[in-house]
Design a protein around this ligand. Structure first.
Ligand SMILES: Cc1ncc(COP(=O)(O)O)c(C=O)c1O
Length: 416
């Protein structure tokens, strides 16, 4: 059986998969089983921060793998503590503590538990009712907590009864947020740069409003940096990139990460400020595989490489190069470019694509159609919502690779 047949026969059909399977990757490039090479600007959906099979990850895997792969959080784990130190001292740069898990959804579940427990410890059972406010079009993962927090109906259908206690407000709508917050609210949780919802950056005003409400109602301000964190925005922290040209200065009480944190090794984490971290004391939460010696060593190697190779600067430079070139394009099917750093979304103009017979007959959304066309031309990208094509190249992408991507994208989209 070939891979497609084997998958069809034995693997649960919960993913809509493209008819492609890969056997090898190197840097920004990936090869399918037939030996065809693709420029990978999908990176496993913002995961492979250093590209495919980078030396630093291979070395860390080999070195730590030869020493100790797993023990348990029953014991002290040196590599985990060192990774936590890096996240506190170099990434967030504010006093707090870190918890490790395996995925973004699990990290967000942890944030929700943190906020509810924080309020419970402070106000008791009859105090606040554990309500968490999130945003419409958000995406926070596929666990029961994740789908309840996510502001998109499509992820919830068929899974009732949902975890109660979530309110969704329109993203960047300060007034509605103000009206939604009440004495019941324990947290406001949102992505500083919405990914799955279509690459929408938060406004500084929205962050400021959320921060003001935090003071007024003693709730936790929590950022989901699962996709936009770990350097992808051009700063270690997505919210700081959002605020960089503004007068606003807002810091969260807690943050979640996953995806790029491990560069392809599965790891998730949260940081909680000193003011609230104690809510998750002994026996309140845990995860068998959270912060193993191997996962922690690999993640630390990835973060150190981002720091030592100056990759945050590269992210900002490549973003500027992409924006400049795109501003010179005359590609009617591309309406605009949104995003931050190397989390960029090309917004498509559906009315232009409608003139294309193949698109009309395909029954596909504009983003899926264009992603498919790019794939045929040898480039991997990711849809974000129905109208946006996402670029998520590795943080160490080179000038040459960006130039190749720009040329390919321009050619393919112009021809539609
Ligand atoms: C912002 C955000 N939060 C949470 C998640 C869920 O992460 P995971 O798939 O690792 O559970 C994602 C995944 O796309 C995400 O983009």
């Amino acid at each position: 059986m070939n891979t497609a047949e084997l998958t069809e026969k034995y693997v649960l059909g919960n993913y809509g998969r493209f008819p492609l399977s890969f056997s090898r990757g190197e840097g920004c490039w990936i090869w399918d089983e037939a030996g065809r090479k693709y420029l990978d600007f999908a990176t496993g959906i913002a995961v492979c921060s250093l590209g495919h099979s980078p030396d630093v990850m291979r070395n860390a895997l080999e070195e730590q793998g030869g020493k100790l792969i797993h023990c348990s959080n029953l014991y002290q784990i040196r590599e985990q503590a060192e990774l936590a130190e890096f996240l506190v001292e170099k990434v967030v740069e504010r006093p707090g503590k870190v918890f490790f898990c395996n995925s973004g959804a699990e990290a967000n579940d942890t944030l929700i538990k943190l906020a509810r427990k924080y309020a419970f410890d402070k106000y008791g059972e009859s105090g606040k009712s554990g309500e968490v406010i999130t945003c419409k079009q958000s995406f926070h993962g596929r666990t029961l907590g994740g789908i309840a927090a996510t502001g998109q109906e499509k992820v919830k259908i068929g899974f009732d009864p949902l975890l109660p206690g979530f309110l969704h407000v329109p993203f960047n709508d300060c007034e509605t947020l103000r009206e939604a917050v009440s004495e019941k609210t324990v947290a406001i949780l949102f992505e500083p740069l919405q990914g799955e919802g279509g690459i929408h950056p938060a406004t500084p005003e929205f962050l400021q409003t959320a921060s003001d409400l935090r003071e007024e109602f003693d709730l936790l301000l929590m950022f989901d940096e699962v996709q936009c964190g770990a350097g992808r925005s051009g700063d270690w922290c997505g919210w700081r990139t959002v605020l960089k040209d503004s007068e606003v200065n807002v810091e969260p009480d807690a943050v979640s990460w996953a995806k790029g944190l491990g560069g392809g090794f599965p790891i998730g984490a949260i940081w909680a400020a000193d003011s609230c971290q104690a809510a998750l004391g002994p026996g309140t939460h845990g995860s068998t595989f959270g912060g193993t010696p191997l996962g922690s060593a690999v993640s630390l190697a990835v973060l150190k490489e981002i720091e030592e190779a100056g990759l945050l600067r590269n992210v900002r430079n490549q973003e500027a190069r992409i924006r400049k070139r795109v501003s010179e394009w005359n590609v009617p099917a591309v309406d605009s470019l949104r995003g931050l750093g190397l989390m960029l979304g090309f917004v498509l103009d559906r009315s232009v694509l409608e003139k294309n017979n193949e698109f009309r007959d395909s029954g596909k959304t504009p983003s899926l159609f264009v992603v498919g066309k790019l794939m045929e031309a040898g480039m991997l990208t990711v849809p974000a919502g129905t109208e946006v094509v996402r670029w998520l190249p590795p943080l160490n992408v080179t000038d040459g690779e960006v130039d190749t991507a720009l040329q390919l994208f321009e050619e393919v989209v112009s021809s539609l």
